[in-house]
Design a protein around this ligand. Structure first.
Ligand SMILES: *Cc1c(COP(=O)(O)O)cnc(C)c1O
Length: 358
C-alpha cells in the first residue's frame, strides 16, 4: 500500500510514472537494458534527453532566447554557479526570505560585493518584503530571489520588477506548480526532487545574453555554457533522474499542463488553509497574501501536541509531517503529485486529532 508522503523533498512522485518506470526497469523500449545501464551517447538516451527538454519548454512556455540544461549538484551548487557565471562587476543584490535564500546569499558573498537588498527575517520569514526597482542597486549584475520558501511556507504573490537588472530565481519547490512568465527572469534554477523527479538532476534555464559572462576561474562543470553547448551531455548526466523527470513531464502534459495543475494545487491548498483558519486549535502564521501553494506549515497549541500529531498521523499513513527544525510544528508539503485524496485524509485526521486533544 502507498502512503501519503508530505515530505518537503524528496517527495511523492505520480503513481502512474512509478508504474511505468517499474514496467520499463529491466528492458527499456526493447533495448534489453535499463536506462540506468545505458550509454548516455546511445540513441535511446539521446531521445530521452531531447524529449525532457522539449516537454519542459512546452510546459513552461520557455521562449526561444533561453537555453535549458539538466545538470548535477542540486540547487545548492547553483548558489555558487550563479555569481561565477554572471557576476561581471562582482556586485549583486539578494532578497533573503528564508533559509535557502540566506544560503544562496552567503555563498555568493565569497565572490564579490553582494548585499542583502531586502529581508523578512524581522518577522521570522512569515511574509515577502515589498520590492520595487528602487530596492536594488542600478549597477547590480543581478537580483536573486527564492520564489517559494520551502521551510517557511511563503511564496511571492507576483514576480518583482527589477527593471533592466536580470532576475535570478530559485524555483526548486514551485517549478511547474503554477504558471510563470519565464520571460521576466534572466535565470531560473530548480532541483528536481520536489516537483519534478528524483534527486540528482537540476534544471537551469538561462537567457542567451547571460551565457558568456562567466568568471575566468569558474569551474568548467559549473559554467552553464559548457552544458548548453553539449545539450547537457558534456559528461555523464544523471540519466535515470532525467528519464523519470521526462515521464513526469509527460504525465503533467496529459493532465492538461501547468494551467491545469495550478487549478488543482490552488484547490488543494485552499482546502487545507481554509480548514486551518476555521479551527482555533491549528494555526498557520504566514501572512495570507504570501501563503505557499506547496508547503503549508502549521502548529497545534503546544510542542507536545505537535509531536503527538506527527506520531499519530504516521500510524494512519500520513507521513513526514514534522516541521523543519527552524520552524517547529508541522509542515504538509503538497506538491503536484500529492493527490486531492491525500489532503482530504489529512484534514479528516486533523479534525479527529483536534477532538481528542482539546
Ligand atoms: C530543497 C531546496 C534547495 C536545496 O536543494 P538541493 O537540491 O538539495 O541542493 C534549494 N532551494 C530551495 C527553494 C529548496 O526547496
Amino acid at each position: 500500500m502507498r502512503n501519503y508522503n508530505f515530505s518537503a523533498g524528496p517527495s511523492m512522485l505520480p503513481e502512474p510514472v512509478l508504474k511505468q518506470v517499474q514496467s520499463e526497469l529491466l528492458d527499456y523500449s526493447k533495448t534489453g537494458m535499463s536506462v540506468m545501464e545505458m550509454s548516455h551517447r546511445s540513441k535511446p538516451y539521446e531521445a530521452i534527453n531531447a524529449e525532457a527538454e522539449s516537454l519542459l519548454r512546452e510546459l513552461m512556455a520557455i521562449p526561444d532566447n533561453y537555453d535549458v540544461i539538466f545538470v548535477q549538484g542540486g540547487a545548492s551548487t547553483q548558489f555558487e554557479a550563479v555569481p561565477l557565471n554572471i557576476s561581471v562587476n562582482k556586485k549583486a543584490d539578494y532578497v533573503v526570505t528564508g533559509n535557502f535564500s540566506k544560503k544562496a546569499f552567503s555563498e555568493a558573498q565569497k565572490y564579490g560585493d553582494m548585499v542583502k537588498a531586502a529581508s523578512s527575517e524581522d518577522k521570522n520569514f512569515t511574509y515577502i518584503p515589498k520590492l520595487d526597482r528602487k530596492t536594488f542597486r542600478p549597477d547590480a549584475d543581478y537580483v536573486h530571489i527564492c520564489y517559494n520558501n520551502t521551510i517557511f511556507g511563503t511564496r511571492y504573490a507576483s514576480v518583482p520588477d527589477t527593471g533592466s537588472i536580470p532576475l535570478v530565481a530559485d524555483l526548486s519547490s514551485c517549478i511547474l506548480s503554477q504558471e510563470i512568465d519565464v520571460g521576466k527572469f534572466g535565470v531560473i534554477y530548480a532541483g528536481a526532487q520536489k516537483n519534478v523527479g528524483p534527486a540528482g538532476v537540476t534544471i537551469v534555464i538561462v537567457r542567451k545574453d547571460l551565457q558568456d559572462k562567466a568568471d575566468r576561474l569558474c569551474p568548467t562543470m559549473l559554467k552553464w555554457s559548457t552544458q548548453i553547448k553539449e545539450h547537457s551531455l558534456y559528461n555523464t548526466p544523471p540519466a535515470f533522474s532525467t528519464y523519470v523527470s521526462m515521464l513526469v513531464f509527460r504525465w503533467l502534459k496529459n493532465l492538461g499542463g501547468v494551467k491545469a495543475i495550478q487549478e488543482i494545487n490552488e484547490a488543494k491548498a485552499k482546502m487545507l488553509y481554509d480548514f486551518i483558519d476555521s479551527s482555533d486549535f491549528y494555526n498557520n502564521y504566514v501572512e495570507c497574501e504570501y501563503r505557499s501553494l506547496m508547503n503549508v506549515p502549521f502548529v497545534t497549541p503546544s510542542a507536545e501536541t505537535d509531536s503527538e500529531f506527527v506520531a499519530e498521523a504516521a500510524k494512519e499513513g500520513l507521513l513526514t509531517l514534522k516541521g523543519h527544525r527552524l520552524v517547529g510544528g508541522m509542515r504538509a508539503s503538497i506538491y503536484n503529485a500529492m493527490p486531492v485524496e491525500g489532503i482530504e485524509k489529512l484534514i479528516a485526521f486533523m479534525k479527529k486529532f483536534e477532538k481528542n486533544h482539546k
